[in-house]
Design a binder for this molecule. Structure first.
Ligand SMILES: Cc1ncc(COP(=O)(O)O)c(C=O)c1O
Length: 388
């Protein structure tokens, strides 16, 4: 198990890196360490050197992040025209972009095709028709339904075609003038199940065989995302996941098939810390509540998706003395902005104290709203030449 990078020591590191600036920043704000992101990508390249990385920008689309990793990744996975426009803004060649959202807005497909994007996912007859009309002749890859057991954020109910129908759907796509060249899947985000990739790749292998019988030749397998990030809890090591993937590749896939992946959370989650302030403390409904200047609506939304989901949290006060359980809630007039119901923190926390929320680099700032007039937290970057 990896040692969590979220210890109180990070507070000191943060203060050191931001220097006196931290004292003057208005909370809430996010500090993103670009070096951590490049280190995560180095780790991926080390353990899976033959897998092309197409970073899923839905996890974090901050321009400094995209610019910083451009040369470390093969390309990018997008979900929408909005994401494509961001990549165009920083000069990414459209040939490096995979439009992997299985159900796309038709207008977005039309625009993406016009801009030069030629790789699209599909998992339905409707999508085949859409792609044939708006992205004629493009390269397409089938999103298979696979087990997402052991993932924190499952996806398999919403997306993916049952392998049983793969050959028929791929023939249909081929007949519609599309070039069926790949298969993709997603084992669910933050997957903690080593076997998930193995089982999925075995299914892909069988599907490739069934397509060969129809004279459809698969040259690319896209492993999707799901690689787990460090949230301070034990997770499988990437080295072990990579071992499972390589073994499954050997056992189930033809030699000429190229592998790619679309990691999002793994790349960026542990890069960022949110600095927040306590704005209220009350004893209500049998619990001690800390009201923070940030809540689910400013981006910390994943506890709503996955009840019980916890971020690594610590404070400016020394932990381990006399601690107690707190409900951490946000600043809006809505109760749904509550981040969690059982965070152990120093018992003497009060208005003005700082709470640090770790591992907020993925699926946080991208979710932030302006509900109740509270603005999305500003991000400062460390490990970059400019800024802070
Ligand atoms: C098509 C696709 N690829 C990649 C990802 C990234 O997944 P993760 O952040 O779990 O790595 C997602 C997440 O929803 C996705 O939908």
């Amino acid at each position: 198990m990896p040692i969590s990078s979220f210890t109180p020591a990070i507070t000191e590191k943060l203060s050191e890196q931001l220097g006196s600036i931290q004292l003057h920043r208005i909370t809430p704000y996010i500090v993103t360490d670009i070096n951590k992101i490049t280190k995560n990508l180095d780790g991926f390249a080390q353990h899976l050197p033959d897998v092309g990385v197409y970073y899923a920008i839905k996890a974090n689309r901050d321009l400094p992040v995209l610019r910083a990793i451009d040369s470390d990744v093969r390309g990018f996975d997008i979900a929408s025209l909005g994401e494509l426009n961001l990549l165009m803004k920083i000069g990414i060649d459209p040939s490096r972009i995979f439009f992997s959202n299985p159900v796309k807005i038709p207008r977005h497909v039309k625009a993406a095709y016009k801009m030069g994007v030629r790789y699209y996912a599909f998992d339905s007859v409707n999508e085949i028709a859409k792609l044939a009309k708006y992205a004629p002749g493009s390269n397409v890859y089938l999103r298979l339904k696979v087990s997402d057991n052991g993932s924190k954020f499952p996806l398999s109910k919403k997306f993916g075609l049952d392998a049983l129908y793969a050959a028929d759907y791929c023939s249909l796509a081929q007949d519609a003038g599309l070039n069926v060249m790949g298969i993709t899947f997603h084992v669910g985000s933050q997957s903690e199940n080593l076997q998930a990739w193995q089982t999925a790749i075995e299914l892909v292998g069988k599907t490739i065989d069934s397509l060969e019988a129809r004279d459809i030749h698969i040259t690319m397998v896209n492993l999707g995302g799901g690689f787990p990030a460090d949230y301070g809890e034990p997770i499988p090591l990437l080295k072990d996941i990579a071992g499972c993937i390589k073994q499954a590749q050997k056992d189930f896939l033809p030699e000429n098939v190229e592998l790619m992946a679309e990691p999002g959370r793994y790349v960026v989650a542990n890069s960022s810390v949110m600095v927040t302030s306590v704005i209220g403390r009350e004893h209500r409904s049998g619990s001690d509540w800390l009201y923070l200047d940030v809540g689910t609506f400013q981006g910390l939304i994943e506890p709503l998706e996955m009840p019980g989901w916890k971020y690594p949290v610590w404070s400016n006060k020394r932990a381990g003395g006399s601690d107690k359980s707190f409900v951490l809630t946000g600043p809006t007039c809505d109760a749904y902005d509550t981040i969690g119901f059982d965070y152990t923190l120093p018992s003497d926390l009060t208005v003005g104290d700082k709470i640090y929320i770790g591992a907020v680099g993925a699926y946080t700032s991208v979710y932030a709203t302006r509900f109740n007039g509270f603005l999305p937290p500003k991000t400062y970057y460390i490990g970059l030449e400019t800024n802070v």
